[in-house]
Design a protein around this ligand. Structure first.
Ligand SMILES: [Zn+2]
Length: 201
């Protein structure tokens, strides 16, 4: 099995898992993983992420250009922006969860998560006494413009594990699939807690 095929299978399994958790509905979201040559395996545009097959995963370069002539996910530039900014990121996951969608509409420019034991699920956070800042960006159908705004803000931040897009979903990443999936699960739990605290659930 090639490295591409191995990562494609990790993406297929992650799609099943996240769809099963109800956070990748109706062809939304996108998933990607970086290969050792810095190319990226990413879901094609329009595929249902709960029922992916190997042919639904395609190669792109770090600038987001197709390497097989097909069209990659509409939000490709948000994935490549993360890979360019964080050399240690090897998997990027973008769920469209109800929690992220609703909570992002209730926040200003930031969501601050603090005094939660589960913050320790994020790599390198070792105590609940931590304020995790999650930037919230306004949604935009012009992905190139949105990717520019996201990167402008991420580069000012020392520690960032993910960001919200208002009324849309969230992005998170990890050094491998296990870590990226753990970050998705932790964010979902914490978004759920925040909505309950606000009396919205
Ligand atoms: Zn999206």
């Amino acid at each position: 099995m090639t490295e591409f095929q191995q990562l494609a299978h990790e993406l297929i399994n992650a799609g099943k898992q996240l769809y099963g958790a109800g956070i990748l509905p109706a062809t939304s979201g996108n998933l990607s993983a970086r290969l050792s040559d810095d190319s990226i395996a990413i879901t094609i545009s329009g595929a249902h992420k709960g029922f992916l097959v190997e042919n639904d995963i395609m190669p792109i370069n770090i600038r987001g250009e197709s390497l097989d002539g097909r069209k990659s996910s509409a939000e490709t530039l948000l994935h490549t922006g993360i890979y360019q900014r964080y050399p240690s990121a090897n998997v990027v996951l973008h769920p469209h969860s109800i929690n992220a969608t609703v909570l992002s509409k209730l926040c200003g420019d930031w969501l601050v998560l603090q005094d939660y034991e589960l913050l320790k699920a994020f790599s390198q956070i070792t105590t609940h006494k931590y304020s995790l800042h999650v930037p919230v960006f306004d949604n935009d159908q012009d992905i190139e413009r949105l990717a520019g705004i996201v990167d402008e803000n991420l580069k000012k931040m020392e520690v960032v594990y993910g960001y919200l897009i208002r009324g849309h979903g969230f992005y998170t990443w990890g050094k491998d699939m296990t870590e990226a999936l753990r970050h998705v699960e932790a964010f979902e739990f914490l978004f759920d807690c925040e909505l309950k605290l606000q009396g919205r659930k």
